[in-house]
Design a protein around this ligand. Sequence first.
Ligand code: PBG
Ligand code: ZN
Length: 323
Amino acid sequence: MANFPAKRLRRLRYNPLVRDMVRETVLTKNDLIYPLFVVPGNNVKKEIRSMPGVYNLSIDLLVEECKEVEKLGIPAVILFGIPEHKDEVGSGAYDPNGIIQQAVKAIKKEVKKLLVITDVCLCEYTSHGHCGVLNGERILNDETVELLVKEAVSHAQAGADIIAPSDMMDGRIGAIRKGLDENGFTEIPIMSYAVKYASGYYGPFRDAAQSAPAFGDRRSHQMDVANTNEALREAETDIEEGADIIMVKPAGAYLDIIWRVKEKFQMPTAAYQVSGEYAMIKAAGKMDWIDESRVMMESLLAIKRSGADMILTYFAKEVAKVL
Ligand code: PBG
Ligand code: ZN
């Protein structure tokens, strides 16, 4: 190093107060979005096998959970629904009395200072577990988009504050924007899962949502893990179609993607620390192989540092307690 001994980077590290002063990235409660899984029934609280501390909740207990989330100062939840019945076309997704529609109404009635975001996709509602309607083993894009529009509008009618399409069909953001606007929801933002990879990290989620595909996988619509430039095209397309917030998912293994998307578009950018990322940290923590709460903070700070403005994370409640 050229300027040693005059230049000593450790000077700003000896003292914790100085370290606090020069810290470049801070995680705050405002960055957090907490995912929740709603199931039919009453008084149901069932822990998800591969996600310790995360539960399938019936609407009554979901409302209680939301009150706690609000009290902890977390600004938003995102809801996933597991319907009573699944069918070929995922009818439960756009049923005005479906599980999510009922859940949103119940939360909105009792919890005032909490944003309710709804995940829009069909895979939790189809008997085959695919994200759209099928012709044989092919997922039909345009036919699926029509159903997604119905789903999104029904969520808004139930009172959802933000709509989050996670399906990765082409053209769905534009179609959903149009559907929302035509139904009077011009002020409801869309948080698009713009860059969603066909990732192995979603395994535990599929336990939680009982949404594993019956055959095949999601590679015909989710992105190839190897691609970066394509991520920029996906984000650009969704922005042109009217997305207000763009999301990159998963987060931890895709910090380069978050960084490039943020750099290029300067949009409000969300990152989803997905079920597998959570499960791995939890499992290693349980084995005493890592310091779980330290790695939790480090993983979230890294996501923020890479350019995310907000983070969807199953750690939200735990982090909020620490912050
Ligand atoms: C639905 C959806 C998935 C996730 C969010 N929305 C599952 C999938 O695409 O298979 C994954 C979230 C997680 O793993 O935590 N399309
Ligand atoms: Zn899906």
